[in-house]
Design a protein around this ligand. Structure first.
Ligand code: HEM
Length: 154
């Protein structure tokens, strides 16, 4: 009884040490993937500022979107594993993190549709560059704000 704490509907038993390991691993990967996402967004800002060729920038933004989605999925997935392992429920810090995730997805979706509409080598691409820079700065601010606040929230 002492070592079998959780019975999953799927039909296997999970002892306490397994839960502790899951919790530790999910937390570590969560933090590392948050840092990776911040680095990716920072790289995007630098590329938007330094890449003067519109076609190359468009290609870069399309390719990075795959990495962006993959890293954010890892953040969400590991967060959910931690929630399940520790049974945290919806605390203030978790609600803040979910709000940040929704904000990031909204900004990246807008960036995606703006890129679809923008024509390289035209005046509208100059405007697009300014907008995309604003989106990435907002994404970075959301990420840093929530990552900085989370340890202090209940
Ligand atoms: C922009 C997205 C996110 C950022 C920047 C972020 C950042 C962080 C940080 C910095 C911590 C450590 C907090 C601490 O030491 O107390 C943390 C913990 C955690 N995160 Fe996230 N997170 C994000 C998204 C999510 C999502 C989507 C979920 C869940 C679905 C989630 C679930 C958790 C959980 C359960 C913890 C552990 C909380 C605790 O110790 O009580 N996070 N996150």
């Amino acid at each position: 009884m002492s070592f079998i704490l959780v019975y999953y509907r799927a039909g296997f038993y999970c002892d306490y040490s397994t839960i502790i390991l899951m919790e530790k691993m999910a937390f570590e990967i969560h933090i590392v993937s948050v840092a990776a996402l911040a680095l990716l967004i920072l790289t995007n800002i630098i590329v938007v500022l330094t890449q003067k060729n519109d076609l190359k920038l468009r290609k870069y933004l399309r390719i990075q979107a795959t990495a962006w989605s993959a890293v954010l999925s890892i953040v969400v997935f590991t967060g959910m594993i931690f929630m399940a392992a520790v049974q945290t429920g919806f605390t203030v810090k978790i609600i803040a993190m979910i709000a940040a995730t929704v904000a990031l997805i909204t900004l990246e979706t807008r960036r995606h549709f703006d890129l679809k509409r923008a024509k390289p080598e035209s005046e509208c691409f100059v405007k697009f560059r300014k907008r995309v820079l604003r989106y990435y700065i907002l994404e970075l601010l959301w990420l840093l704000m929530v990552a900085g606040l989370a340890p202090h929230l209940p």
